[in-house]
Design a protein around this ligand. Structure first.
Ligand code: NAD
Length: 484
């Protein structure tokens, strides 16, 4: 795409990923009881390529009857799946992991077409991490008694799982892998703008020979999600998405037998001390906020720079931002892809407008944005303080709010002054400072001299309005077990 090149000190020849071998159906049905079946609703909605505005495929809209069928199939499958030899369960999950690896390129391309993220990220982050999650939890399937000695861990039953659009396959893996490794069965709903890789995963699951009904995938929007949440025959609701919807879900299930984990929004603080390695820290700031167009729950969207180095950090940051390539997600040079949907672009633009109106000083490098599709240049705001809307609220886009600080206690207080508590980053050469901040920041994950690093073996989750429960690591098993 020649019009995606950007004004910068040098330009790259385009390096588009080849999509010739990608096979997509025109219409996708629901995956229930091991088969693809037409929705009772007879309704389909379009999945749109956010980089071009073109329709990619039609996706089924599951209604109450469809959800009933999926839950009944998962309930039936639970009886045998929860009782088979754990090492047999592990074999299926290992097989799914290997099949994702074998088809990694196909998954990566579809993820980028459907969701807008740069191919480098779907290829190097989303898909390898999704496979790794299945490998990791396959390993636990026959070792649960060692994970919880003398506790007699037992599966919960049938889990309803609802995921967002920012890491579609990865979120599906985070939900499905630990649940089925522990002997549960699931009904999973992907987000309405990014159903395709979950449906491709359904094809892999079908080919893997996983017993029918262990994993069911139903598609649709919020209405379908609420049919899952309110279904009386579920034992667990696992939700990843906005704090707003998380609160609705929590209200709906209070007083029922359903257990829940909620992985919600964030407003991560990324803190740069004067003794940090400045060039690495600048790269870290870029990665923290512009990775995946800033559609990241743990994005470092609030930057705190120690006053003595603020000028140099901000100069270097602006310089680096001007070299970021915004454009075609399938071009291997692209740093920032398309905004996932028109609605999300409107939300981001609304926040940029509010940021300006409240007196923020905006910087956006000059970008030649493509004429079709949803695009937002990398953006930063200076001259903002704790009370500014763009400092308090999650934007979920490539927009950074910058403040300065003088002392360690000041920055801890400012960083914790948020309703969220998901993530933070600390950049310093001093181990003692790292230890102090990791103790005192109210965040589920604190990265030191790095940012947005994920690993299947490491628990991830939040405090306060970022939700509760952990995914990943041994902690991720607890979410799917009764451990007495
Ligand atoms: P969203 O809450 O709008 O939607 C998430 C999912 O919930 C979608 O599948 C949607 O169809 C479904 N849904 C919508 N309304 C529903 C309802 N009333 N009942 C049941 N389901 C419903 O969130 P989003 O815009 O898709 O995702 C962005 C949000 O997700 C951000 O706030 C982000 O921080 C958060 N997120 C959190 C984590 C984490 O691990 N904490 C990870 C990724 C994303």
């Amino acid at each position: 795409m020649s019009d995606t090149s950007q004004t910068s000190s040098w330009s790259y020849a385009s390096a588009p990923e080849n999509t010739d071998h990608i096979v997509l159906k025109e219409q996708y049905d629901l995956f229930i009881n091991g088969e693809f079946i037409k929705p009772d609703s007879k309704k389909y909605f379009k999945s749109i390529n956010p980089a071009t505005g073109e329709v990619i495929a039609s996706i089924s809209e599951a209604n109450k009857k469809d959800v009933d069928l999926a839950v009944a199939s998962a309930r039936k499958a639970f009886t045998s799946w929860s009782k088979i030899e754990p090492k047999e369960r592990a074999k299926y999950i290992f097989r799914i992991a290997r099949m994702i690896q074998e088809r990694a390129k196909e998954f990566a391309i579809i993820e980028s077409i459907d969701g807008g993220k740069p191919i480098r990220e779907s290829r190097d982050v989303d898909i390898p991490l999704a496979a790794s999650h299945f490998f990791y939890y396959a390993g636990w399937a026959d070792k649960l008694e060692y994970a919880f000695p003398n506790k007699n861990p037992k599966p919960l039953g049938v889990a309803g799982q609802i995921i967002p659009w920012n890491f579609p396959l990865l979120m599906a893996a985070w939900k499905i892998a630990p649940a089925i490794a522990c002997g549960n069965t699931v009904v999973l709903k992907p987000a309405e703008t990014t159903s395709l890789t979950a449906l491709k995963l359904a094809e892999v699951i079908q080919e893997s020979g996983l017993p029918k009904g262990v994993v069911n995938i139903v598609t649709g929007a919020g209405k379908t999600g609420s049919e899952i949440v309110n279904h009386p025959d579920l034992d667990k609701i696992a939700f990843t998405g906005s704090t707003q919807v998380g609160k609705l879900i929590q209200n709906s299930i209070v007083g029922t037998q359903k257990k829940s984990t909620l992985e919600l929004g964030g407003k991560g603080a990324n803190i740069i001390f004067e003794d940090a390695a400045i060039d690495q820290a600048v790269e870290g700031i870029i990665n923290a906020i512009f990775f995946n167009q800033g559609h990241v729950c743990c994005a470092g969207s609030r930057l705190f720079v120690q006053e003595s180095v603020a000028e140099i950090v901000i100069d270097k940051l602006k310089d680096r931002m001007s070299s970021l390539i915004v454009g075609d997600p399938l071009d291997k040079n692209t740093d920032i892809g398309a905004i996932n949907s028109k609605e999300q672009l409107d939300t981001i633009n609304k926040y940029i407008k509010v940021g300006r109106e409240e007196g923020g000083e905006i910087y956006q490098p000059t970008c030649n944005l493509p004429s079709n599709g949803n695009w937002c240049p990398p953006t930063l705001f200076l001259n903002v303080s704790q009370s500014h809307t763009i400092v308090q609220e999650e934007i979920f886009g490539p927009v950074l709010a910058i403040q300065t600080f003088r002392t360690i206690d000041e920055v801890i207080e400012k960083a914790n002054n948020t309703p969220f508590g998901l993530s933070a980053g600390v950049w310093t050469e001093k181990g003692a400072k790292i230890f102090k901040l990791t103790q005192e920041l109210n965040a589920g994950v604190v990265w030191a001299n790095t940012y947005n690093k994920f690993d299947s073996t490491s628990p991830f989750g939040g405090y306060k309005e970022s939700g509760f429960g952990r995914e990943g690591g041994l902690h991720g098993l607890i979410a799917y077990l009764n451990v007495e």
